[in-house]
Write a protein of this length. Structure first.
Length: 145
């Protein structure tokens, strides 16, 4: 093998290794676990999560638990597991309350969980559209048939 071919091969190998490392680090930094409220509280994985380790949790917003401070944009509420309503967590989100944020609507939170306080500090809050919109859409489709 000529010296110039060897240098090209080494350069390509270094480039591929660098790109592979960057992809690995990017996935490791953005990858988070998704759990239900019950899984977060009872699973071994949920117990192994560190207090600063990001996790996604989904559940239903509990009626009567919503406390929104509009001036400071602090939203406090509780989530329950859809399959096991006895499993609940408290949550805090700093930001504007979504329009569709209502009791018994499914919410998806991303943030950190403090097991001792049973408190989820959400950095991201997403809510599913209420089913009443889906019903109206279904009715419109049936009328159009």
């Amino acid at each position: 093998m000529k010296k110039s071919n060897r240098k090209v091969m080494i350069a390509i190998l270094i480039l591929l290794t660098s790109v592979g490392f960057l992809i690995y680090r990017g996935l490791a930094d953005t990858g988070v676990y998704y759990m239900t409220v019950g899984e977060l509280k009872t699973s071994v994985l949920g117990q192994q999560l560190g207090t600063n380790e990001a996790v996604r949790v989904g559940g239903l917003i509990i009626d009567g638990s919503i406390d929104y401070n509009q001036r400071d944009l602090i939203l406090r509420f509780s989530l329950k597991d859809e399959n096991n309503p006895k499993e609940t967590i408290d949550a805090v989100y700093n930001g504007a309350k979504p329009d569709a944020f209502e009791p018994e609507i499914e919410a998806l939170l991303e943030g950190t969980y403090d097991r001792v306080k049973n408190l989820f500090q959400a950095d991201t809050l997403l809510v599913k559209c209420p089913s009443k919109y889906e019903s109206e859409q279904d009715n419109e489709q049936e009328v159009g048939k």
